[in-house]
Design a protein around this ligand. Structure first.
Ligand code: TRP
Length: 333
């Protein structure tokens, strides 16, 4: 049997370059070697945005467009909508017994996110326990590999613990997943901050028009210690060069820019212009594919429904095994 990939995203808005480097690139690269399922995690999106369910449908569609735009092949990859696979909720409930409150409270990503969000009425149980539902996402597909950004590592670790516990308590039904990180653990934001994040306003989105990308690039943070273009500059930790390293296929140009930057013989403006042109070369085909699919909404909906139907069939078959292992496959019923 072909090995499986499962990964996914919360549909909270369009995807950006950070998503690409962290995970989308690996998905595209591995889609022909693995049986690939990509989950649009709309239930997880609700855990901190349940007051605004009306945005979800449009966001699910946008995320699917981003997937198709970056080159995920709809003949190959199954795009699955989380809320349309109710078996996920059932498995989450069973998993709840296998995780302690103390373990959830220690999850570093959830802790960070709670700080960022400043929940006015306290942390909803749904948000705080989403690592359990994410473990169900991964394991219901018996995924071996989970391409994700660095911030998701605690979720994969949680899933592994649950699998070990389930398999030793009941029967060896579930597969222990492995995380796979992108070519860079984390892409910095255009402000030089640790990561690209919608809430920080430091993103370049995959669907951004060229003018928006140009503005973002030209206002990027560079080397704060460099005042004049003739000052020797720092390349390491300079987000403009980090982006060059990732997105500029012309390595000779990048090496030349770095050398001149260190010597103080090239200005920020030239380095940024060249970055814009590299990024534009990278984003243009993505933008075109996005527009093609966006013009065929019925086809995109078809792709989502087809992927979800196939994903649900896998989930149902795993749940038959899970219920049998848990002695819940009663003779009456
Ligand atoms: N938590 C992930 C994010 O915020 C989204 C997600 C939901 C996910 N379920 C998943 C990622 C399963 C990998 C595997 O981006």
């Amino acid at each position: 049997m072909e090995k499986r990939i499962l990964t996914g995203d919360r549909p909270t808005g369009p995807l950006h370059l950070g998503h690409y480097v962290g995970s989308l690139q690996n998905r595209v690269r591995l889609q022909h070697d693995y049986d690939t399922y990509i989950l649009i995690a709309d239930i997880q999106a609700l855990t901190d945005n349940f007051e605004h369910p009306e945005k979800l449908e449009a966001n699910v569609f946008e995320v699917a467009l981003d997937y198709l735009a970056v080159g995920l092949d709809p003949e190959r990859v199954k795009i699955v909508v989380q809320s349309m696979v109710p078996e996920l909720s059932e498995l989450t409930t069973y998993f709840m017994n296998l995780v302690t409150v103390a373990t959830l409270e220690r999850n570093p990503t959830v802790k960070d996110e709670i700080k960022q969000r400043n929940f006015k009425r306290g942390v909803p149980v749904g948000f705080w326990s989403y690592p359990i539902s994410q473990a169900a996402d991964i394991t219901i597909f018996k995924a071996e590999l989970v391409p994700v950004g660095e911030d998701q590592l605690p979720m994969i670790e949680q899933a592994r613990e649950i699998v070990r516990r389930f398999n030793s308590l009941y029967a060896r039904v579930l597969v222990e997943p492995r995380a796979m990180l992108g070519q860079m653990a984390r892409l910095p934001g255009t402000d030089g901050g640790a990561k690209m994040s919608k809430s920080l306003g430091n993103c370049i989105y995959l669907g951004d028009p060229p003018e928006t990308v140009r503005k973002r690039v030209m206002s990027m943070f560079t080397d704060p210690t460099r005042i004049h273009p003739t000052d020797p500059g720092h390349v390491e930790g300079n987000p403009v060069f980090t982006y060059h390293d990732v997105f500029n296929p012309d390595k000779a140009e990048v090496d030349d820019l770095k050398e001149r930057y260190r010597k103080g013989t090239v200005g920020d403006v030239e380095v940024k212009r060249k970055l814009f042109s590299a990024l534009d070369g990278f984003l243009s085909p993505i933008r075109e594919r996005r527009a093609e699919f966006a013009a065929q909404p019925a086809r995109v909906r078809e792709i989502i429904m087809d992927g979800t139907r196939k994903g649900r069939a896998v989930a149902q078959s795993t749940m038959d095994e899970v219920r049998a292992a848990m002695k819940l496959n009663y003779k009456f019923g």
